[in-house]
Design a protein around this ligand. Structure first.
Ligand SMILES: [Zn+2]
Length: 262
């Protein structure tokens, strides 16, 4: 059985303070930048929130606080509070709000602000024997490290004092893998192919570092079918080590099928 207290901790630290990623495109200058922000995020000439995106202070048609994105119980909303209005997904609004979906574009004068897709990635470390070692949930723009603790490798939050063997950073949809300068290079493979670092892994990939393996999973998006032919139960991913019906060990070894619900 997996260490249940560890799995509970890994579930519990998934906080509600969700961050979103925005691409801000200035059509006038051609400048394009990506920013990770927490809610509420305000846009305007003189935005006030902790997550503020300042838009051309010399433009008269942009309000001091033109609008903001807020988190409601049923999702994200763009709220226009301007004198001249905004566009959301092509629709003009003024002193009104619209629900935002990933990929939607908010237009404020020459700016196009796109809500990028962002998922929490879950990493599950196992040894060659497939015994679970550690699990970690990574939000977009969070990092973690692989450390060698007296011969045993472990996944740790990036703020550890230990010298990391590898640095793993999530951009919300993929995992960037790099190695700190001066570190004795470990043998790193993705899906059993040797890679040169920095490299990227996607959900569904398996990273191997020496004889440890790290599964990259997309939190809440995938389910796995138990490989026990007598069972075939659909289990939630991640952090299900054993089938919740028959107890069959669910490993990245071909004993399960990963499915993405519609
Ligand atoms: Zn089962």
């Amino acid at each position: 059985m997996p260490d249940q207290s560890y799995a509970d901790n890994a579930r519990g630290d998934h906080s509600m303070s969700e961050r979103i990623k925005l691409e801000i495109h200035d059509r006038k200058s051609g400048d394009r930048q990506t920013q990770a922000v927490s809610m509420p995020v305000e846009f305007g000439k003189f935005p006030q929130s902790a997550s503020a995106i300042k838009l051309a202070p010399d433009r008269e048609t942009i309000s001091r606080i033109h609008g903001h994105i807020e988190q409601a119980a049923d999702g994200l909303y763009y709220v226009d509070t301007s004198s001249n209005g905004s566009k959301v997904a092509g629709e003009r609004i003024k002193n009104d709000k619209r629900r935002l979906q990933p990929g939607d574009v908010i237009e404020i004068e020459q700016y196009e602000i796109t809500l990028l897709e962002s998922h929490a990635l879950a990493l599950k470390m196992t040894k060659a024997s497939l015994a679970p070692i550690s699990e970690l949930s990574l939000d977009a723009d969070e990092s973690c490290v692989v450390v060698n603790e007296g011969g045993a490798y472990a996944l740790k939050p990036a703020a550890t004092d230990d010298e990391p063997l590898a640095l793993l950073n999530s951009n919300g949809s993929r995992l960037n893998i790099s190695q700190p300068a001066g570190v004795k290079s470990a043998n790193i493979r993705i899906n059993n192919r040797t890679v040169t670092l920095p490299a990227q892994a996607s959900p569904g990939d398996v990273i191997a570092i020496d004889n440890y393996r790290i599964e990259v999973l997309m939190r809440g998006k995938e389910k796995i079918v138990c490989g026990n032919p007598e069972c075939h139960l659909l289990n939630d991913l991640p952090f299900e080590e054993n089938c919740s019906w028959c107890g069959y060990y669910l490993a990245a070894s071909g004993s399960f099928t990963r499915v993405t619900p519609p």
